[in-house]
Design a protein around this ligand. Sequence first.
Ligand code: ASP
Length: 425
Amino acid sequence: MSAVEPENAFGDTQLLTRRILIGLAAGMLLGVAINQAGRDLAIAQFLVDDLFYVVGEIFLRSLKLLVVPLVLVSLACGTAALEDVTKLGRIGGKTLALYMLTTAIAISLAILAAVIVGPGVGFDLPTEAIGYAAKGTPGFAQILIEIFPDNPFEAMSEGRMLQVIVFSVLLGVAMTLSGESGRGLLNLFESANAVIMKLVFMLMQIAPIGIFCLIAKVFANEGVDAFENLFKYFILVLAVLMVHAFVTYPVLLMLFGRLRPIGFFKKLRAPMSVAFGTASSGATLPVTLRTTEQRLGVDPSIASFTVPLGATINMDGTAIMQGVATVFIAQAYGIDIGPAGYLTIVLTATLASVGTAGVPGVGTIMLAMVLRQMDLPVEGIGLILGVDRLLDMTRTAVNITGDAAVSCIVARSEGKLDLETFNGP
Ligand code: ASP
């Protein structure tokens, strides 16, 4: 559907997905093997600390490199492509409402599961038992103000995605409203868009190796000891993440999008693997966007808006971790939160996940905001840090799945979903 892809790109994409999955599996196996053989061995240190680290970082940096230019041009072009600017408000409203809805469902599931299973029951911790200095979290007023850029170049160089999104949408609207005189700039942006998508395609060719290195490093470093005490918590978060990904999203796709979800996950395997490997929705954005447009058939005018916005504010997986973790910490300290408390968790964790940046580990920092709001010991975060990395990887894969699902639903409701591509092989 786009001029930037070679004709046999479809076959290539499938081959690439297979390679990425192989990289993922091989990375896990080798990582576990290194961990078991002895992380202190000289060869293990060379592999993990030098080779995997360097190659993995280069891959991550190359992905991140593309994020700002990609969002800027694709969103400006996408907005300009909406024939009618008033549509923007409607699409924006629907997207935001769906993002909030999916997040609220995610946290409710998490709380329900945590209350039933009771992962923290029996810890009997005295308050102030563990030393964990929580970093400061910004207040709501500041979060709101900081959505609006005062300097587009600063927003881009600092990678402030919401600000870049606001600027790009304004630029797109202005280009359309300028009519003929805006045409030159729009042509330039369209050409840049094609070139950047090509860059994403080129970068994806090294993704299997990049993911292999990132994953092997994580698994080599994570010992099994951390998991013993936290087994229940770990499995519970994983289980809720799975239910949300494989039950909630398909139901929503069927209910709101009248879409058959079969095939949806198959097409998302590449971005899900990249999300798992990088633990960053932001870094995965180029891959999510490409897949949503080219394999799920979402029109670029919708996807270029919904996907970057989702990668920035829609973090269902993060919300699930925050929900389970809050209940877990309350249980571990023997604090009763009560029904009103659960409602507060739903509200604050929704906001905390919105405020979570799409980079590794931030969801856990934002958890401090939820705990503070609930008057729970923030030090409790120290309890769950040991198993956070693996959960971070998994929740990031869920985060981007939510972005893609909502994009499909919004596109469908606007008549901008190519059903043939969505249902295609
Ligand atoms: N790593 C997550 C993401 O990028 C955010 C988090 O939960 O820490 O989506």
